[in-house]
Design a protein around this ligand. Structure first.
Ligand code: HDE
Length: 721
């Protein structure tokens, strides 16, 4: 640091000189007597007392004259900005994209054509319906918004973890969001769709049915942000050097594999750790195991679009990967946490209209509406048209130069005399000009037609892809969809709404409709809802739409909870923790007391969690390394027993010392229940076998034995034959 000195003019400090230092980044520090930074007001004035406001006498009134006190409170009073109207709860991280395959035949966008090119990016994950303070594991769509700081300007893909949407036309978005969020008279329930208003709206909006299948599936209760896919949803357009357009859909595919939790688990995670997803991502980056995704594209032309079963402009439809394979063109790693949550995650402003040369839009009516909404909403949220001056929103790959000026909080105004264009000034400061050759050109689509408020007939089939999604799911996933529908509709007070939804399900899959009707205790199957066009039943299953089977091959990146007691085998604790680390997974010690447990060799293993703070729902698998005495003590503890019974009910793999068996049985897992997922641990070899089994993540077959609702599902399945 370079030292500079200025004279202190305050009488009480007259004897002292003021030290300021220039930091490594060129920033000035005021140095206190102890060598640290001095606390100052926003005006840079040193603060002498930050504990007591200025008063008349020891017990007298506080004086307005205390400018430090007033400034501090004034600033605090204005700390909040409006939360996002949707996607309020989010978590952002930085990363880098690397291109591995050029799309130069299709686009002039450099980020997509220069192989090896690295582009900085920022991603914000979010839930949609909940408020900023809502829990991470709400059943909800996850936002997956990516900002690429390309050399040609910022490009945003403001995507979700589901490839379709609720509605076809942006004009319905406010209604859909109002219906999903808390009801206006009571202000609850928040962060959930399990209420009358949502299902009332859905029952009257058949175009949502495909999305309903997705949101009732396990996609909406992901295990981690690291285990979700991302989708641009709309059909966008790539534009090449000749001005030729190619349709494109964007996909992000997690290298960690797909994984979700169970609903009963999600409900409990929300209580045990409402920050489960953000903590998980924070930890993964902290532990230097940053998540990675492949960026893929589905490319197609007018001929495909004209022959496809549905309209490619309809955001309630997807194009099965089996029809147009996803071509992987690069990957990104998210490896840097934000320095400040507010400055970056809260202030980042994504806009679907942020595109660069070579990337354009289509007439998807949802996309067209979004192009208005995202710019508009930033003014409300960030308070100024200069939100682009906030560092997280500024382009990093290229300079910005234009004649836009003034406004609230302008950080960047044109320098010199010129602030208009065209002009004939030269040499009086920056004087940017338009560039017909390299500037952004919109795709010259030819359009004609009468003005009308219509919905194209090509958007009318609302059930066929919903069915295609449903039949593409593994049986356990189909069961979960049925369970979720029964759960949500059981929270709906009006019976007619429940019935109407079942009437829609009959257009998707009769068995599903029967399972849900049975789960709701309906005496009769309600009549089918009238479909605008006859649903198709000939669309083949698309395996790419299932999560099960697309998970990881190993336990890498997952978390093992190890419950230990005093007297547990030190050898086993060591073997297990080392093997877990070696396979790129993490383990956490849970003990009856946070100080840890004294093992059989006298060593102390520290606890990361006290048992009450580390329920098994927080882990992908659990191990019970208990001594005989420890097991006997835990058998008297309800929380410890919940640890086991939950892990069992959630189909997790459970490793255990032989001494733990009586405890497991006291927890309700009887000898007869013990299946191949409950694995004895007594040697290093058994540790390997246990961790190998954990790579499957869940023993789904168990669910059919431990869940009352499974009976209805199995009965309906066998009736179907
Ligand atoms: Fe959004 N959406 N949206 N949305 N959306 C917003 O923009 C909107 C839609 C998505 O992490 C808002 O800055 C309309 C689809 C994400 O900051 C707002 C319509 C998809 C995020 C808005 C849609 C999304 C938003 C609220 C229907 C998936 C969070 C705050 C026409 C492809 C971005 C904000 C972040 C946020 C409007 C539908 C994804 C109000 C009008 C479809 C990931 O502008």
């Amino acid at each position: 640091m370079t030292k500079t000195t200025s004279e202190d003019t305050r009488p009480e400090d007259a004897a002292r000189s003021f030290d300021t230092e220039v930091g490594a980044g060129g920033e000035l520090h005021q140095i206190a007597d102890d060598g640290g930074d001095v606390l100052t007001t926003q005006q840079g004035v040193r603060v002498a007392d930050d504990q007591n406001s200025l008063k008349v006498g020891d017990r007298g009134p506080t004086l307005l004259e205390d400018f430090h006190f007033r400034e501090k409170i004034f600033h605090f009073d204005h700390e909040r900005i409006p939360e996002r109207v949707v996607h309020a709860r989010g978590f952002g991280v930085h990363g880098t994209f690397t291109l591995t395959e050029s799309l130069e035949d299709h686009t002039v966008a450099k980020m997509l054509t220069e192989v090896g090119e690295q582009t900085q990016m920022f991603v914000r994950f979010s839930t949609v319906a909940g408020n900023k303070g809502s829990p991470d594991l709400a059943r909800d769509v996850r936002g997956f918004a990516a900002k690429f700081y390309t050399k040609e300007g910022n490009w945003d893909i403001v995507g979700n973890n589901i490839p379709v949407f609720f509605i076809q036309d942006a004009i319905k978005f406010p209604d859909m969001v109002h219906a999903a969020k808390q009801e206006p008279d009571r202000g609850f329930p928040q962060a959930q769709t399990a209420h009358d208003n949502f299902w009332d709206f859905i029952s009257l909006t058949p175009e949502s049915m495909h999305m309903i299948m997705w949101i009732m599936s396990d996609r909406t209760i992901p295990r981690s942000f690291r285990t979700i896919e991302g989708f641009g949803v709309h059909t966008f357009r790539l534009i090449n050097a000749e001005g030729k357009g190619t349709y494109v859909k964007f996909h992000f595919k997690p290298r960690q594999g797909l994984q979700s939790v169970m609903w009963n688990e999600a409900v409990k995670i929300n209580g045990a750790d409402p920050d489960f997803h953000r903590r998980d991502l924070w930890d993964a980056i902290d532990q230097d195991t940053p998540p990675e995704w492949d960026l893929g594209v589905q490319l197609f032309d007018d001929e495909f679009a004209d022959n496809f079963e549905f309209d490619v402009l309809d955001a309630t439809k997807l194009i099965p990967e089996e029809q147009i394979p996803v071509r992987i063109i690069g990957s990104f790693v998210l490896d840097a946490r934000v320095e400040n949550f507010f400055a970056e995650t809260e202030q980042v402003a994504f806009c679907t209209q942020n595109v660069v040369p070579g990337i354009g839009f289509t007439n998807d009516p949802l996309l067209q509406g979004r192009n208005f909404s995202y710019l508009d909403t930033q003014l409300k949220r960030l308070g100024s048209p200069n939100f682009t001056h906030i560092p997280i929103n500024q382009p990093r790959g290229c300079p910005v130069m234009n004649f836009q000026q003034d406004g609230h909080m302008a950080m960047r105004n044109p320098k010199g005399r010129v602030n208009y264009e065209p002009n004939s000034w030269a040499g009086s400061g920056p004087n940017p000009r338009e560039s017909p050759t390299t500037g952004y050109r919109h795709f010259p689509a030819e359009e004609s037609g009468r003005k009308a408020q219509v919905r194209s007939a090509s958007f009318a089939d609302h059930y066929s892809q919903a069915r295609q999604f449903f039949i593409s799911q593994a049986p356990i996933e189909q069961k979960h969809i049925g369970d979720a529908l029964v759960f949500e509709l059981s929270k709906v007070e009006r019976v007619d709404i429940r019935q109407k939804i079942v009437g829609h399900l009959r257009n998707i899959d009769e068995t599903l409709a029967k399972v849900v009707a049975g789960g709701l205790g309906l005496k009769e199957l309600p009549p089918k809802e009238k479909a605008a066009v006859e649903p198709r039943t000939d669309l083949p299953a698309s395996p790419a739409l299932s999560i099960v089977g697309r998970g990881p091959e190993s336990f890498a990146g997952r978390k093992l909870g190890i419950l230990v007691t005093d007297g547990a085998s030190a050898k086993l604790v060591k073997a297990l923790t080392e093997s877990v680390a070696a396979m790129g997974a993490v383990s956490e010690i849970i003990a009856p007391k946070i100080a840890g447990a004294t093992l059989d060799d006298g060593t102390l293993v520290e606890g990361k969690q006290k048992i009450d703070g580390g329920p098994s729902i927080l882990y992908d698998a659990v191990a019970l390394l208990l001594s005989k005495d420890g097991a006997a003590q835990l058998a008297e503890d309800k929380t410890a027993k919940d640890f086991v019974s939950d892990a069992f009910a959630h189909c997790k793999f459970i490793g255990h010392t032989p001494e733990a068996v009586p405890f497991i049985q006291r927890a309700g897992v009887t000898e007869k229940d013990m299946d191949e997922g409950v694995i004895p641990l007594d040697s290093a070899k058994s540790v390997d076998a246990f961790l190998k089994a954990c790579g499957k993540l869940r023993l789904w077959d168990r669910e059919f034995k431990v869940d009352l609702d499974a009976a209805g599902f199995l009965a309906a399945q066998s009736a179907k034959g």
